[in-house]
Ligand binder design. Structure first.
Ligand code: NAP
Length: 295
C-alpha cells in the first residue's frame, strides 16, 4: 500500500482564497481592511525571510500590512512601546512579533504585552490558557497546530473521535498545542518526548502521528501502523551531495519514503505543514478583525 500524499500547498491555497474573500467582504462592510503588523527586531537572516513572506502574503490577501523593523540594540522598554502603540491602533487587528528575539529581550514579557485579541500567533499566556482549558472558540489558535488540524480534517472529514493519537514533541509552539487540539477533537492523545520509553512501540499503536521533533527522518517507516495518518511538522536541512557540492535539501522528522509504504496518508516536507502555517496566520488576522467589530 502507498499512502495518500496530503497536499499542504493546495489546502493552504484554498484557505488563502477564503481569507481573500473574507477580507474583501470585511473591507466592504467596515471601510477598512483587516490589518496585520509584523515586528522584527535585529537582522536574523531567516527571520527577515519569514517576515518578508508574511508581509507579502498579507498584501496579497488584501490586508493593511505594516512592518516594524527595529535595530538589534532595541531595549525592552522601546519594544514594549511599539507593542503598546499597535495595541491601541484601530487599523491593526493582528500583531506578530517574529521570534527568536535578540538575547537581551525577554520573549514571555514581550508576548505578554500583546493585546490577546490581537495575538495572531496564539502565543500569549491567555491564548495558551484558553486553549488548554478547552475554550477554543474564545481564542486565536497557534498557526502551525491549527494548520495540522486543518490537514487532518481533509483526511478525516468525519472527525477524530476515539482515534489514538501520538504527538512526538512537547514544545509550546507545536507539540503541546497540537495535543490540546487533538484532545479537544476527542482523540485519545499521548505526548511523547526525549524521555519517552520505547517510542517505536508507542507510535506503532497510533492512528494519528504528529512528529514535531526537529531531527531529520527520526521516525522510521516501520514504526507506523498500517493505514495511520502521519503529520510531519519537522523542517530539517541536510546535506545533499547528490545535488552537487555544498547543496542541501529539506527533510521532515519522518523517514518519508518508508513511512509512505505503511501510512494511509502522510504530509510531505516541504509542501505539507509548512504552507499551512502562513495561511493560518492570515486566517487568524481575518478572524481577529471580525471579532474586533463584534466586541
Ligand atoms: P523544539 O522546541 O526543539 O521541541 C522538540 C521536541 O522534540 C521536544 O519536546 C523534545 O523533547 C522532543 N524530542 C527531541 N528529541 C527527541 C527524541 N529523541 N525522542 C522523542 N522526542 C524528542 O522544536 P519545535 O519548535 O517544536 O519544532 C519541531 C520541528 O518542527 C522543528 O523541525 C521545527 O523546525 C519544525 N517547525 C515547523 C513549523 C512549520 O511551519 N512547519 C513550525 C514550527 C516548527 P524534550 O521536551 O524532552 O526535550
Amino acid at each position: 500500500m502507498t499512502a495518500t500524499i496530503i497536499d499542504g500547498k493546495a489546502v493552504a491555497a484554498a484557505a488563502i482564497d477564503r481569507v481573500k474573500a473574507g477580507a474583501a467582504a470585511f473591507a466592504a462592510t467596515h471601510g477598512n481592511p483587516p490589518g496585520l503588523a509584523v515586528v522584527l527586531v535585529g537582522e536574523n537572516p531567516a527571520s527577515q525571510v519569514y517576515v518578508a513572506s508574511k508581509g507579502k502574503m498579507a498584501t496579497e490577501c488584501g490586508f493593511h500590512s505594516v512592518q516594524h523593523t527595529l535595530p538589534a540594540e532595541t531595549t525592552q522598554t522601546e519594544l514594549l512601546d511599539v507593542i503598546a502603540n499597535l495595541n491601541a491602533d484601530p487599523a491593526i487587528h493582528g500583531i506578530l512579533v517574529q521570534l527568536p528575539l535578540p538575547d537581551h529581550l525577554d520573549e514571555r514579557t514581550t508576548i505578554g504585552a500583546l493585546d490577546p485579541a490581537k495575538d495572531v500567533d496564539g502565543l500569549h499566556d491567555i491564548s495558551i490558557g484558553r486553549l488548554a482549558s478547552g475554550q477554543i472558540d474564545k481564542t486565536l489558535l497557534p498557526c502551525t497546530p491549527k494548520g495540522c488540524m486543518e490537514l487532518l480534517s481533509t483526511v478525516h472529514p468525519e472527525g477524530l473521535s476515539g482515534l489514538d493519537a501520538v504527538v512526538i514533541g512537547r514544545s509550546n509552539l507545536v507539540g503541546r498545542p497540537v495535543a490540546a487540539l487533538l484532545q479537544h477533537a476527542n482523540a485519545t492523545v499521548t505526548i511523547a518526548h526525549s524521555r519517552t520509553k520505547d517510542l517505536p512501540e508507542l507510535v506503532s499503536r497510533a492512528d494519528i502521528v504528529v512528529a514535531a521533533i526537529g531531527r531529520p527522518e527520526f521516525v522510521k517507516g516501520d514504526w507506523i501502523k498500517r493505514g495511520a495518518t502521519v503529520i510531519d511538522v519537522g523542517i530539517n536541512r541536510i546535506p545533499a551531495p547528490e545535488r552537487g557540492e555544498g547543496k542541501t535539501r529539506l527533510v521532515g522528522d519522518v523517514a518519508f519514503a518508508a513511512a509512505a509504504e505503511w501510512a494511509g496518508a502522510i504530509t510531505p516536507v516541504p509542501g505539507g505543514v509548512g504552507p499551512m502555517t502562513i495561511a493560518m496566520l492570515m486566517a487568524n488576522t481575518l478572524e481577529a478583525a471580525e471579532q474586533s467589530v463584534r466586541r
